[in-house]
Write a protein that binds this ligand. Structure first.
Ligand code: ACO
Length: 173
């Protein structure tokens, strides 16, 4: 499939929220952009499956989730890294902006679901995804950007400029 430019896509959020500095540092074989309404066909779920179970309920269900996210203004910022030669997704990440009553009605940015295709790991794509999401978080005025990760991934996030703070608690349904 030939590479599809941003101008021909229906994007989750404005493309100008992707840092131009991050774009300029990105590996030349790939492009970083907001998630697009047609990204189910570019392998979005396949990339996420390196992280955890990403059951494919079909393109229509995926597209309905995309529309539901876009209908919540200034909240969901999912982005992808696309291999130019194939127009396939090789990396993904998301930022969720949570509005608060404290900190002067402040907002917190939550980084979620960072995944890089196994064949593309080690090329700084993960780092660029984190930098791009942190840029969106700061551009949206969040007073902090936080995430949860396994012990194994702590060195990666330290290299991305994050520091260890507090503990994660979970209760699965
Ligand atoms: N342990 C130690 N160092 C690491 C690790 C690790 N697990 N992963 C990356 N690094 C280092 C790299 O060596 C590199 O160091 P350098 O600057 O000295 O060369 C630096 O971190 C940046 O690495 P990238 O090349 O950007 O990492 P990559 O593109 O491979 O992405 C990621 C890292 C996202 C963890 C990838 O390996 C992946 O998709 N793993 C499986 C899914 C996963 O665990 N995702 C994170 C879940 S946590 C969350 O989503 C909030």
């Amino acid at each position: 499939m030939p590479f599809t430019p941003d101008s021909e896509l229906d994007l989750l959020f404005p493309a100008d929220l992707i840092s131009s500095e991050v774009k300029s540092q990105l590996h030349p074989d790939v492009h970083i952009r907001p998630l697009a309404s047609t990204d189910h066909a570019r392998g979005h779920l396949g990339v996420l499956s390196v992280l955890t179970v990403a059951t494919d309920l079909g393109e229509a269900a995926w597209a309905a989730q995309f529309r539901a996210m876009r209908a919540a203004p200034s909240t969901y910022y999912s982005l992808v890294v696309v291999e130019k030669a194939s127009d396939r997704i090789v990396g993904a990440g998301a930022l969720f902006v949570e509005r608060k009553f404290l900190r002067g009605l402040g907002s917190v940015g939550h980084i979620e679901d960072i995944a890089v295709d196994k064949a593309q790991q080690g090329k700084k794509l993960g780092l660029r995804i984190i930098q791009a999401l942190t840029h969106v978080s700061e551009a949206r005025g969040c007073y902090k950007t936080i995430l949860n990760c396994s012990d194994d991934n702590i060195p990666f996030y330290v290299k991305c400029g994050f520091e260890r703070k507090e503990n994660e608690m979970a209760k699965y349904a």
